[in-house]
Ligand binder design. Structure first.
Ligand code: HEC
Ligand code: HEC
Length: 283
């Protein structure tokens, strides 16, 4: 099989690249339930020098995996969103409120998912969607925060993503988040581990190639949280980052750390122009 020549990323990636059993239709279009049109390829945002076109990870998946996401009855992730929909109306915490008491239907928050991580003025911090949900739990409800990337939190993120599907990813990168953006970018281009590889070495320079038995995507996070066939549950973006860094045989940052919040903001912004697609299905 023919493969692109790798110039910058050295021996490590070349050693990992392999011909694999791939049946991906990279030209396919994603329409969910014959109704929600998802932008899976778009012109790269101006701040991403290394890419001309951005692609959703869905594009690189095998036909059968792609199909699972085209119908909510087939998409296993939707069961988890449904669980959160039940919790949505459950009163919790000292204020004796549910999410519904303040927000009405989850659909009223359809504009949220595509803009996170974003600056929260009151808290004077960059918040991921997970942090914002927990902010509401602790500050508005007097309830306990859910653990980062726990099932409860991921279910709620899946619900908030599901109602936002088809809306554009549009993460701000300037103003009060500028320093966070720069930190995230620096991490993205840093080489990690014994393999001495950066996120960019794989996801910017080698997307479309096969690595081990996998078809490399651009590592976009518009589809998160993601149901992985591999572990049959929802996975958060930062847990995914951990897995990728571990694969380079490096120590990694903690989920919820300043570094991963910054990396999440940066990676999310690389998808500006794609649609919110989560909860997605991946292998
Ligand atoms: C007592 C009222 C109250 C309750 C209960 C509440 N929220 Fe909120 N929520 C707010 C307010 C006020 C804001 C906007 C201010 C802020 O950023 O904190 C907000 C903001 C949000 C946002 C961000 C919206 C955006 O466009 O950026 C999300 C997402 C959210 N809430 C989710 C939830 C979830 C999920 C629950 C239940 C677990 C919940 N909220 C419970 C009052 C509430
Ligand atoms: C050695 C190559 C390699 C490196 C380095 C690497 N990844 Fe990955 N990554 C993969 C493979 C393989 C997959 C699974 C196939 C795919 O979706 O690209 C993956 C998947 C992902 C996904 C899931 C995409 C989706 O649509 O579900 C994200 C997000 C991601 N990587 C982000 C990162 C980030 C951020 C970094 C840097 C901290 C990184 N990766 C470093 C190989 C790598």
């Amino acid at each position: 099989m023919y493969m692109k020549t790798l110039i910058k990323s050295g021996v490590a990636v070349i050693a990992l690249l392999a011909a694999g059993p791939v049946a991906a239709d990279e030209d396919a279009d994603l329409i969910i339930n014959d109704e929600i049109e998802i932008t899976v390829r778009a012109e790269a945002p101006a701040h991403v020098d290394g890419l001309r076109t951005i692609y959703s990870g869905w594009v690189f998946r095998a036909d059968e995996t792609q199909a699972l996401q085209m119908d909510d009855f087939e998409n296993p992730a939707m069961l988890f969103a449904d669980e959160a929909r039940e919790k949505w109306t459950r009163v919790e915490g000292s204020a004796e409120k549910s999410c519904a008491d303040c927000h009405g239907e989850p659909e009223s928050l359809a504009d949220a998912r595509g803009t996170y991580p974003k600056w929260n003025d009151q808290a004077q911090e960059v918040r991921t969607l997970a942090m914002q949900v927990n902010g509401c739990r602790t500050e508005q409800m007097g309830a306990e925060a859910w653990k980062y990337d726990s099932a409860e939190l991921l279910n709620m993120e899946a619900l908030l993503s599901s109602v936002a599907r088809g809306n554009p990813v549009n993460v701000a990168i300037d103003g009060p988040v500028a320093a966070t953006f720069e930190l995230g970018k620096e991490i993205y281009y840093s080489r990690f581990g014994q393999l001495d590889l950066s996120c960019a070495n794989c996801h910017e320079e080698n997307y479309g190639n096969n690595i081990r038995a996998d078809h490399l995507s651009q590592g976009q996070i518009n589809g998160f949280p993601t149901y992985r066939l591999k572990n049959a549950r929802l996975n958060g973006a930062q847990t995914r980052f951990r897995g990728c860094i571990r694969d380079t045989r490096a120590e990694t940052y903690a989920v919820g750390s300043e570094e991963f919040i910054a990396l999440e903001l940066y990676v999310a912004s690389r998808g500006n122009g794609l649609s919110v697609e989560g909860p997605s299905v991946r292998n």
